[in-house]
Design a binder for this molecule. Sequence first.
Ligand SMILES: Nc1ncnc2c1ncn2[C@@H]1O[C@H](COP(=O)(O)OP(=O)(O)OP(=O)(O)O)[C@@H](O)[C@H]1O
Ligand SMILES: [Mg+2]
Length: 546
Amino acid sequence: MSKARELTEIGQLREQLREAQETLEAIRRGEVDALVVNGPQGDQVYTLRGADYSARMLLQEMSEGAATLIPDGSILYCNKRFADMVRLPHEKVIGVPAREFVAPADRLEYDALIRRGQNHLAKAELLFCASDGTPVPTYCSVNAISIGDEPCLCMVVTDLAEQKRNEEVIAAARLASSILEQAAEIIVVCDPAGTIIQASREADEFWGKSVLGQSFGEVFPLAGIDASDLQDTADLLRGCLSGKPIRGVGVNFRRASGGNVYMLMSAGPLYDKAGSAVGCVVTLSDISELKQAEEALRESEQKSREQAQMLEQQLIASGRLVSLGEITASMAHEFNNPLGIIMGFVEEMQSTMPSDAADFQTLKIIDEEAKRCQKIIQGLMEFARPTPVTAQTTDVAALITKTLKMIDARLYKQKVGLTEALAPHLPPIHADAQQLEQVLVNLYLNALDAMLGGGHLTVSAQLDGNDDFSKEVVISVADTGHGVPREDLAKIFQPFFTARKKAGMGLGLSICERIIKNHGGKIEVESEQGQGTLFRIRLPVKSLSQ
Ligand SMILES: Nc1ncnc2c1ncn2[C@@H]1O[C@H](COP(=O)(O)OP(=O)(O)OP(=O)(O)O)[C@@H](O)[C@H]1O
Ligand SMILES: [Mg+2]
């Protein structure tokens, strides 16, 4: 090639480059009116000659994305919104096949839309995929237009992301309100000041009118509460807002229409995105009927017990049965009098006899044995005596501390260590404190008898049970003594069973069992020979209705 020709070609190429740069610049400024596309039949020019300025402004500013496509699907023109939607600068969108902005899974649907759009207005929901991979749900409509004489397609794309989000929010709100509408329980949402801002229909029914805007304490005035560390409604909500949820606490509320209603209450805090408490949600289930059923059961148990006693009395009265108690009591009484006389004489003889006299030791033995007989008689009388429960509000922890003081000296003498593990805030129980004292002392003395060579005594008390119906105070008395042989375990609660033939009467545990049963409780034993023994007493917690 001659040098002159090369120079001419370089000049032409420079000219083409300048033109290309100018075109790019015009596209960047949104001034482009035409696009030259290389095709098999040579360059083809697509222009927007008919578009006037105001129409273009409208296109630029509209909230839908808009683009014109030439027959091969490339974008001839697009507005700012379209470029924003696919997250590319305006000039980078021009000339790109629109299909590339459609998510691969939706491309066949896109092809079908384009085909339909060539004949008449066609619409479809399509998932676009922005240049950075962000999925953009859209509603896309395609229509055939002519630009000059050239057939083109006009595409309008509506971003559905916001609408979808709104739909989700609306659906969530609808779900929440239908939950509140349908819930068979009382559900209320309170703001931090305790004002009800949302409520289920049941809440309105409880109050007799709408509870919205009312204070929680006003709608649900407290008549009583089972959890001893909670005082009032304000306390409940305060605890809840500070992050302490309430689970299944028995609460007695006063009804506006009169009377009380017993409910199981749960509450938990609500947090905003920043993690601060913005209120709490409280659920209340009416369990008055359950409570009444429990009361009825307890009453019927009591009645059957009384009926059994009455029947026994009738049998006794009819002369067909003489109760063990009656025989024991009369025998004890008959023995007591002569024994008293014997002891009186012995005491008198001892007082007039010098301590080195030959018979003094004999008299001493008579005195000791007579005293032992008296103790046996006392035990028998105690066993035979009916022991009605005189129940009062009793603090178990205080009772344990008091009874442990009584065995201080023996613990010290026998070198027995003591652990007192009492759970804080134990609820008071409904019990006969004197009888419980008797039970505890019996168990301590048995434990001490089993640890004559020293050991450790652990007395603990705690609350057990998940709901208010099954809540019990559990007292454990555990020792590290010689234990009970396996074959004796079933017998130790039987009257007169004793392994301490000389010292025991075998009545202690049977009296304990009777007392605990009369309190509606249970006594259990676990023992490992050579390791120790544990007695566990379960006593029902005093219920609110008592
Ligand atoms: N902590 C214990 N460790 C080992 N054995 C025990 C313990 N407590 C009870 N026993 C066994 O159970 C038996 C029955 O106990 P219970 O208290 O009824 O009668 P006792 O202690 O023998 O006589 P008492 O009538 O004076 O109480 C005891 O003799 C003993 O064998
Ligand atoms: Mg005993």
